[in-house]
Design a protein around this ligand. Structure first.
Ligand code: TXA
Ligand code: MG
Length: 320
């Protein structure tokens, strides 16, 4: 299959209407999209990603009206979150109706929904008369893509069209929440911080990862992982244990003189967490492709987006 890359939304919508796969830019990461109402089309997503079918997908829409078409009983607090954070990096679990095939939700009665904040994808969604099911556009378990080039590098022949929307502005996946009995639960840390959600809904509960039967695959202990071994710690203290020419560095602010420049990724010299999130996955991919044997990484401050970034770094560093 020849993959085309560009910004032709008409072509993308024709392909999607035919049941084909199209990679879409969002503000978090690129998604691998298909018609969420078409079971056969959704099957192709699982095949292309090599994703187990017990792992449910996020459904992307452009309006709350469209959300109401395929869900029921939206709790008041969920409506409030939607109003405040959509379009944006928040995914809300809602009771689904029969328009959503069971394959999309892995048999669960809830469907994960969000309105992404990217002008091209919002425009595309408005042109379609169905929502788009889309997981991150990476092979299952590998680092999520934040550019069209990342998608091309790994799924080139498995997708009919890649919409190039430039580098993702947020850079890490959406935060996943559920509202039940007026209580908000967070299942995956992500682009909207816990602090911001609590400011809107009051105290939230957090469900931490489990290695078996996870509610979100982002909860699997090893996920978002590079192929190279990654070690977390105090980089300055770890460095003397390794030959400098074989080491890659993923640091928040500092550079290290002993290590060649092209083997180092500094996420934000100014110490800005939003900037660190933006460059995180591209940085991990870059280091994974350098001739290094090991990647030394450090954690961010445990607040705001720093918590979501640390979550991704910890899972990337866990050896599978
Ligand atoms: O930012 C994002 O969320 C990106 C972009 C493309 O929107 N998408 C993304 O999708 O990260 P994915 O498939 O890589 O992660 C979706 C997560 C999975 O871990 C899945 O288990 C969880 O959402 N999920 C989906 N439906 C669910 C449900 N009904 N209950 C619990 N978890 C669900
Ligand atoms: Mg993913």
């Amino acid at each position: 299959m020849d993959t085309l890359i560009g910004q032709n939304l008409t072509q993308a919508s024709i392909l999607l209407t035919q049941g084909k796969l199209v990679a879409i830019p969002t503000e978090t990461v690129y998604g691998l999209a298909a018609n969420a109402f078409d079971k056969k089309a959704v099957t192709r997503i699982f095949e292309a990603k090599n994703r187990p079918t017990f792992d449910p997908l996020i459904v992307h829409t452009h309006s709350i009206e469209q959300v109401q078409q395929f869900t029921k009983n939206i709790p008041e607090k969920a409506k409030k979150l939607a109003k405040q954070f959509w379009p944006g990096s928040l995914t809300i679990l809602l009771e689904k109706n029969d328009l959503i095939p069971d394959l999309v939700t892995a048999g669960l009665s809830t469907v994960a929904v969000r309105i992404p904040n990217h002008p091209l994808t919002l425009e595309l969604l408005k042109q379609l008369d169905f929502p788009l099911a889309a997981p991150s556009a990476n092979p299952f378990g590998y680092i999520s893509p934040t550019t069209a080039g990342h998608v091309e590098a790994q799924l080139k022949n498995k997708v009919s069209y890649i919409i190039d929307g430039g580098p993702c502005q947020v850079g890490i996946e959406s935060t996943i929440v559920e509202v039940k009995n007026n209580q908000t639960t967070i299942y995956r840390l992500g682009g909207i911080s816990v602090e911001n959600i609590e400011a809107a809904t009051g105290k939230v509960e957090e469900v931490r990862h489990s290695s078996s039967n996870p509610k979100a695959s982002g909860m699997l202990k090893s996920h978002y992982a590079p192929q190279k071994k990654m070690i977390i710690g105090d980089i300055a203290a770890l460095l003397p244990q390794y030959p400098c020419d074989k080491v890659g560095i993923l640091s928040f602010r500092k550079t290290y003189e002993q290590v060649p420049k092209n083997q180092q990724v500094v996420l934000s010299a100014e110490g800005e967490l939003a900037k660190a999130a933006q460059g995180l996955f591209a940085g991990m991919r870059y280091l994974d492709n350098q001739p290094v044997e090991i990647i030394l990484a450090e954690l961010m401050p445990e607040k705001g987006l720093g918590r979501a970034i640390n979550d991704r770094i910890r899972r990337a560093a866990t050896e599978s």
